[in-house]
Every structure is written in structure tokens, then in C-alpha cells.
Write a protein that binds this ligand. Sequence first.
Ligand code: SF4
Length: 142
Amino acid sequence: MVIAVSACLLGENCKYDGGNNLSEKVRAYCEGHEVIPICPEVMGGLPTPRIPAEIVNGIVINKEGRIVDREFRSGAEAAFRKITEAGAEACILQSRSPSCGVKEVYDGSFTGKKIPGMGVFVRMVKDAGIRLIDVEDLGEDV
Ligand code: SF4
């Protein structure tokens, strides 16, 4: 199976703070499968490290108030193209990211409050018939 994975879960230092979310659970699950790493934010031309961003009334804005929606959307489009060209059947994605969040995102207040919702990349992929798995759920239903 071809599986697209948030690159930060594979140990790539592409998180907003320059770190990663390396997951042993993801590594073990992906063994024997073809893995396509994607980081929609980096693919959208954003630097690492970068100012954290949240979705505010449907628009992605960073903590300094700069609108970064265009970068998020073009990165999501590039990542979507990459995974569809590769024939990905599933995506394993980092929780609560404004790009990769599958079930929840932060509410736009930069206070750590979570709300039901999905990131910009996930919103783009959700109707494409590709299975979307929040890393926190990995192993429960897969
Ligand atoms: S955009 Fe996705 S892959 Fe990139 S750092 Fe954020 S959660 Fe990880």
C-alpha cells in the first residue's frame, strides 16, 4: 500500500518550531509499505522555523496577525498532487495541525483551545477517497 505521512511524524524537522514529531508507532505501521512524506506548509514555501498559525474564521493567520492562507492552500494543493500522483490510499497525519489535523484544530485564539475541525490539507483531500488517519488513532482501527 502507498501511505502518505506527515513528514514531521517521520522525524523531519519541519515543525513550526524547527523540531519534529517522530513516531515509533508510525514507523512500525509503515514497515513494508511505500511511504510518501509530505509537509504541506513547507511545500507552500513557508520557512522552518515559522510563526505558528491557526485557522481564524476559515482563514489561516499566524500569531503575529499575518495572513498566510495563500501559502497554506498552495502547499496543500502541492501535497495533494504529490500523493494522488503516487497513488496513496491512506494518509497518516499529525493531530490538530492547521494543515494536517483530521478531527480537531485549534480554535484560532492561540490559547490552546481545540475545536472539531480539519486542517487545510485534510479539507482538500477528504473527498478524494483516500483514508485519513489521525496519528492518535493509529492502531485502533487500522
Ligand atoms: S504541516 Fe503537517 S507535516 Fe508539516 S509540520 Fe505541520 S503537521 Fe507536520
